[in-house]
Ligand binder design. Sequence first.
Ligand code: G3P
Ligand code: CA
Length: 275
Amino acid sequence: MTHARQQLTQVVAHRGASEDAPEHTLAAYRKAIEDGADALECDVRLTADGHLVCVHDRRVNRTSNGRGAVSALELADLAALDFGSRRTREFWRTRDEEPDWVFRPEDREDTSVLTLERLLELVADAGRRVELAIETKHPTRWAGQVEERLLALLKRFGLDAPASAAESPIRVMSFSARSLHRVRAASPTLPTVYLLQFVSPRLRDGRLPAGVRIAGPSIRIVRNHPGYIERLKGAGHQVHVWTVNEPEDVDLCVELGVDAIITNRPRAVLDRLGR
Ligand code: G3P
Ligand code: CA
């Protein structure tokens, strides 16, 4: 009798190795690849002139030395900012000591705004398979343009129409079922992840929006509702959990058979998994 091989829990670097370098910078993603992360997570937004950039917040105020909404700025405006000049709230919440990521002058360019195109190039040049989990932010504001631009960009890299979901190194994540629906309508084999901050009564039985095969619950959901994770798994869905930084949470995810752990500390999680 043959047994299905137990899949390894995938380790996904959330906004890059974002505890070691400023989030969503080339520096953070290079570090995540060096650390051995299986995949990288990034948030994408559209600039005023239609470029997809990797920025989490609606505004650039928290993560750069500039001010204003990404959607009101052009790529050239963003390129003039330094996204390594500010420390993130997440960083200070999780560390007491002074950070040690003081950049050498020659590394400063690694902290300018990161376009999704540049991130796709980095992944293509990684020298090994590195997957990319792309989260569409506030897609309703742009009424489909984020997904349209995203798929056009993926097409340029030959990544928009994988032979099957299992083969795709790319997946698209969103809290918006409508955004995922737009992606699937244009590219049915591209895997999609429905992110969950809480479990609505409609989804309590482990159901996901039509066509979605991967659930993305927060670690808080996993801690408080382990039975829900079992229901998702029982319904045949994959489960990708964010943002898992504590060793006991890593252990809980492994115990529950979670498929991917999304973390700010990829190296620490890989160590915990014995990899
Ligand atoms: O990976 C999913 C997670 O990133 C969702 O939350 O706010 O960090 O984008 P957020
Ligand atoms: Ca995200």
